[in-house]
Design a protein around this ligand. Sequence first.
Ligand SMILES: *[C@@H]1O[C@H](CO)[C@@H](O)[C@H](O)[C@H]1NC(C)=O
Ligand SMILES: *[C@@H]1O[C@H](CO)[C@@H](O)[C@H](O)[C@H]1NC(C)=O
Ligand SMILES: *[C@@H]1O[C@H](CO)[C@@H](O)[C@H](O)[C@H]1NC(C)=O
Length: 445
Amino acid sequence: MKFLSLSQLSWLLFTCPTLVFGSPFTPDTPQKSHNIKRDNDTSPGSMVQLNADSDFHFEILRALSFAPYQGADIGEVLVAANQIVPGDFESFHDAFYDLANRVHDSAQAIDSARYPVSARNALFREAAYYRSADFFLHGNWTDPRIDSLWTQQLAAFDAAIKLLPTPGERVTLQGDGFEIPAVFYGSGLRGRRPTMLMCNGYDGAQEEMYHAVGEAVLQRGMNVITFEGPGQPTVRRQQGAGFIPEWEKVVTPVIDYALSRRDVDAHKIGLWGQSFAGYLAPRAAAFDHRLAAVVAFDGLYSFAQAVFDQFGPEVTALYESGDEETFNGIILSVLADPATPTTIRWAIEQGIWSFKSASPFEWATEVEKYTLDGIVQNITTPVFVAAAQEEKFFAGQAQILAEKLGDLATYHLFESIDGAGEHCSLGASVLSNQVVLDWFQDIIS
Ligand SMILES: *[C@@H]1O[C@H](CO)[C@@H](O)[C@H](O)[C@H]1NC(C)=O
Ligand SMILES: *[C@@H]1O[C@H](CO)[C@@H](O)[C@H](O)[C@H]1NC(C)=O
Ligand SMILES: *[C@@H]1O[C@H](CO)[C@@H](O)[C@H](O)[C@H]1NC(C)=O
């Protein structure tokens, strides 16, 4: 692969500041540009920064954010966070891996027959921290930790859900050419209950969905079904399958499964799509009309547009010219440059891995297919379109989705002053679950 000279790379970085995924980027100090946010920003709605690297801040906040629903304890995450060096992916792994191992040892020491709640609490945290340890490793596909950490997180999580008051049930559903791993969590109430189906996005696991939304749904007396499709963590690893835009191929078998159960109310099934699934869930709803409601959290009309917006006009033009070699060279040199902000480096590495693309150009070619153009008009279901005030990844997309949906959309802006302004209102899940699940309850009542 051809690499660009430094001057060409500088041209890229200085003429395409939008490549920096919306974060403050100072062209005169690129060597210190790991998305550093002013740590003395005390304006209303600003948040204490957990790392000088704004992407690490976001991922540490993500680990903390599951504390209300058994997915973290705050002090131990803050202790781990103190070992994380801006821009250093290995340090992020090491901090969470050490924590996960500590919590693993503590979980193993608990007699789960005698203290099932304590054992479950520890196992859930253990699983969550192994997932965090894995997060920044996908740039090297042969890194054995990608699989070993996943085996560890799955083992801990499965032990935890067996200890729920109504144990979670793992099922494998048949898709067209792939299998769909899913978990059913019963409400514990008698009769047919409302049920929320949910999937994660570009990088998150179905196990994470339990802590983000699932437990909040169970607390309201409804069932939960989490699932993963191609490109998502367990399917990508165990079946070698990258993302597909036709998400209805994943959702339809999940709805079939829900309808086959005697504890699911067929008229009260919702579908929650988290992050990138803010595109995937509405896409599926355009083809399968059996859902009572869809939640796009956050709303995403065109993933393609969002990615090309970040590339900026020059790189997009280069892609459109079909000059595969130059395009690949630019992207690979951006990845190799230590000054590249974490968000960009991670987003491209994660994209190429999760789409299972042979090159950046092949990834971009796949990304082009992810738009609701020509599809959105076939949605017949009410859609909650969430937006975050400081959206960094998919800026402007929620508004577009809401406009295209017209009367079917309930648009809601989550605000920074409430601590809910980050992508997916990360860190404010008690509030966001209140707003969205109250809406869902009104839709189905
Ligand atoms: C914040 O920090 C920067 C860099 O250290 C400094 O230049 C700026 O004056 C500070 N702003 C405030 C409001 O303290
Ligand atoms: C990728 O990981 C493998 C296994 O740990 C290692 O041998 C190899 O050197 C790594 N490649 C790069 C480019 O870091
Ligand atoms: C949308 O629905 C119409 C009418 O049922 C159908 O003809 C068309 O193929 C659908 N479009 C898509 C993209 O599924």
